[in-house]
Ligand binder design. Structure first.
Ligand SMILES: Nc1ncnc2c1ncn2[C@@H]1O[C@H](COP(=O)(O)OP(=O)(O)O)[C@@H](O)[C@H]1O
Ligand SMILES: [Mg+2]
Length: 363
């Protein structure tokens, strides 16, 4: 029996482990939190800091193959491990995604359209970038941002002053795209092929994903182009394993926003909404099994459950409705804005969700 080692024990690790078990594969995870969600389902686990070299070594020795479920594994740690152990995705997709400036430059160099952007390190370069890109614009820290943290929309010149405190770390200024919608695609690639999951529309609230609605609200031509350019990008970059790309859609234009070389929150709908899911195909990739092309089972809506919606989600769970799949990650501490679970509604459209379900959750 093969064993997958997962660096990180959050909900993504939990779902990788669940799907590993479906395929008869063991899973072990390393996480600094003794109550990490993935530990509940993993066959073994290690409580240790992500920079604990001896502990990471132990994880790798326990595993036939190793993956990561969070984006900020530092190169100094992963690169030496990649030389010694079987970590087939390698460090490159992480490296390319860990800095927003590098990430967008790389996307552009591979032919993807991005919002206009410029590096910003101090007040002078911020003012120069605003002159170049115009307002509104979005200022983001180059590293470690997530769920809208570390960013600020600049609407007028007076916002420049307010933005200065962010400049204690290197930043990027981006042209603001008044998008019609946001969308994302999740792909899994091995040496031979790339399979991709149906594109979903993503609705964020306060910078955090709220809903994924599949299929996405765009023309078939735009969706086909997004799939073709994403698959080409993954190939040309030489990435293997899993990659998610977030886009803005405006008219017929598609703008690359960011990417992540790990399972993606917007791909949770695939567990019940598709014939195979993002976690299972990642496990197939890691264990050298042939990848399977996913198909959408029915229109599907995924609702993220943050702390403030946990009670409502438990109530939905108690109703035991068909085609309604409640996932609670088992995090011991619930906080507003913390991702505590998700619910997948199979067989309903975005409009039906609004009519039948939206009122059940905090608006
Ligand atoms: N250039 C932009 N134009 C318009 N909206 C943006 C832009 N950049 C970010 N946003 C909004 O902020 C959200 C979070 O930004 P993102 O770069 O994806 O950071 P995070 O790593 O926090 O997900 C996006 O999903 C989008 O709604
Ligand atoms: Mg994002």
């Amino acid at each position: 029996m093969k064993t997958i080692g997962i660096i990180g024990g959050g909900q993504l690790g939990l779902m990788i482990a669940e799907q590993a078990h479906v395929l008869g594969v063991r899973a072990v995870a390393l996480d600094p939190a003794p109550d990490a969600p993935a530990f509940r389902v993993c066959d073994d686990h290690i409580v240790a800091a992500y920079d604990d070299v001896a502990a990471l070594d132990r994880l790798c020795r326990m595993s036939d193959v190793v993956t990561y479920e969070f984006e900020n594994v530092p190169g100094e740690i992963l690169i030496p491990l990649c030389g010694k152990y079987n970590i087939p995705q390698g460090y490159k997709p992480l490296y390319d995604s860990q800095d927003r400036l590098r990430e967008k430059t790389n996307a552009r160099n591979h032919g993807l359209q991005t919002p206009g952007f410029a590096a910003v390190d101090d007040e002078a370069s911020l003012r120069a970038a605003v002159r170049e890109l115009g307002l509104p614009a979005v200022l983001k820290t180059r590293t470690l941002g997530y769920d809208g943290h570390g960013q600020m929309v600049l609407k007028s010149e007076t916002d420049i002053e307010r933005a200065l405190p962010l400049l204690t770390v290197p930043c990027i200024l981006e042209e603001f795209i008044p998008f019609d919608s946001e969308a994302s695609i999740v792909m899994v690639a091995d040496r031979e092929r790339v399979v991709s999951f149906p594109v979903g529309r993503n609705i964020h609230r306060d910078g955090i994903l709220d809903l994924s609605i599949v299929p996405a609200a765009a023309s078939q031509e735009v969706l086909d182009r997004m799939k073709a350019q994403s698959e080409r990008f993954m190939r040309e970059c030489g990435y293997e394993g899993i990659l998610a790309i977030e886009y803005f859609i405006r008219g017929g234009e598609i703008y690359f926003n960011e990417m992540a070389p790990r399972p993606h929150n917007s791909g949770h709908y695939t567990i019940e909404g598709c014939t195979t899911n993002q976690f299972r195909e990642l496990v197939r990739y890691l264990t050298g099994e042939p990848l399977q092309e996913p198909c959408l089972v029915a229109p599907t809506v995924m609702k993220n459950i943050l702390g403030q919606d946990l009670d409502a989600a438990r109530a939905v769970e108690r109703e035991e409705r068909p085609d309604t799949y409640v996932h609670i990650y088992g995090k011991t501490e619930s906080r507003p804005k913390r991702k505590m679970g998700h619910i997948t509604f199979v067989g309903i459209t975005g409009e039906e969700y609004e009519r039948q379900w939206a009122d059940r959750f905090v608006r």
